[in-house]
Design a protein around this ligand. Structure first.
Ligand code: 5GP
Ligand code: MG
Length: 175
């Protein structure tokens, strides 16, 4: 991957908007009376989280957690650590994890396991995208935006070496 890499739009912003509003309706149906705690996985989920919560008209709280999985580049290391933890207590809360992409599943399986040990009232997962062809660890996604092909995605929060997060479309890189 170098500066010759070509960007192709996979989901333009209008399609993303439609998917996020569908997810907001599903989440409203299930959480409107539960004062949920949304936990976004940094950094990739920041734009998705911002768009999603602005469509929700009921009490909720937002937290972020930062995990290390990928270093720079495209390969997952298979080892996951909490790099920046949660500031508020999650005990007794209805927690919805907000993720950008489930690829091998290693990262999110680690996080769900980590949260499951903390006496939550409930725990579910909302992911913008799912790349099932790459799965190594089984993961249940309760609210899903898009199933995606085995391509390296960037844009709408997703990066390659910290670049491209600001693109309004979900794109893939080729080159
Ligand atoms: P997993 O542990 O499921 O293999 O991958 C988890 C993390 O790797 C995701 O949360 C995401 O940050 C990163 N990742 C996986 N696939 C892609 C991709 O296609 N594009 C980008 N930008 N990041 C990805
Ligand atoms: Mg992520």
């Amino acid at each position: 991957m170098d500066s010759q890499a070509k960007l192709h739009s996979l989901f333009p912003r209008a399609e993303i908007e439609a998917a996020v509003s569908r997810l907001a309706s599903e989440i409203t149906r299930d959480y409107h009376d539960k004062s949920p705690l949304f936990i976004g996985v940094l950094k990739g989920s920041f734009i998705f989280m911002a768009d999603l919560v602005r469509l929700l008209d009921f009490p909720l709280e937002v937290e972020f957690i930062r995990l290390s999985s990928y270093g720079s580049g495209r390969q997952t290391s298979g080892r996951v650590k909490v790099v920046q933890g949660l500031r508020s207590s999650v005990k007794g809360r209805n927690v919805l994890v907000v993720e950008d992409i489930v690829d091998t599943g290693i990262t999110i399986a680690f996080l769900m396991d980590y949260l499951n040990k903390q006496k939550l009232a409930s725990l579910r997962l909302c992911s913008l995208t799912d790349k099932p062809s790459r799965r190594q660890v089984p993961v249940d996604i309760d609210y899903l935006g898009f199933t995606v092909p085995d391509k390296f995605l960037v844009g709408y929060g997703l990066d390659f070496d910290e670049k491209y997060r600001h693109l309004p479309d979900i794109c893939y890189l080729e080159g």
